[in-house]
Design a protein. Structure first.
Length: 187
């Protein structure tokens, strides 16, 4: 049974237009069909190689997940943290560790508990409004002139003592009582 159908198609490999005699023809000729087959085989081979590479890369991490006790280096690799971050957590007693000889071991369940117990502090829903009156405040330039203090020193004093600063327009105000208490203790 022969077909007299002639359809204009575009080759899926080379992109050229050709006349097809059947409705399922995808390639312009045998040469393009063979090249497309080889390209598919090449892509499949690359995908299997990539899967094997990923499996090899992930194997050490999977092995670490199976261990009950981890060294500092292994815990760093598993968590993606630096050594110093883990040591800080140990010193703050957020994480318990045992020293055996020269090596320090951390229990895997302690690491899991660390993540279970930590809750992020929730911000208060309503911000606290602090009202201030410019009559009870100094501008920063007034404080510098009055106490003969440099800009940097004043900034450090304000930051160290957690003195609130209020901005209004181009001026920054600080409470007189707080500044007088710190910079002029005799008064």
């Amino acid at each position: 049974m022969s077909s007299n159908i002639k359809l204009q198609r575009i080759c899926q490999h080379c992109g050229s237009e050709f006349t097809a005699k059947t409705t399922v023809t995808q390639y312009c000729g045998d040469k393009c069909a063979k090249r497309a087959y080889k390209a598919r085989q090449k892509v499949a081979k690359i995908e299997t190689s990539d899967k094997q590479t990923k499996a090899i890369k992930n194997k050490p991490i999977e092995d670490l997940r199976a261990k009950e006790y981890l060294s500092i280096a292994n815990a760093c690799q598993l968590l993606g943290l630096s050594r110093w971050t883990l040591w800080r957590a140990i010193k703050k007693r957020e994480l318990t560790a045992a020293k055996i000889g020269r090596s320090t071991l951390i229990k895997r369940s302690d690491i899991d508990k660390l993540f279970e117990l930590q809750h992020l502090p929730q911000a208060s829903k309503e911000p606290i409004e602090i009202t201030f009156c410019p009559d009870n405040c100094y501008t920063l330039s007034e404080v510098q002139r009055l106490y003969s203090i440099s800009d940097k020193a004043l900034y450090d004093v304000i930051k160290r003592n957690n003195i609130p600063k209020y901005k209004q327009g181009i001026f920054a105000y600080v409470p007189k009582a707080a500044i007088d208490c710190i910079l002029n203790p005799q008064a």
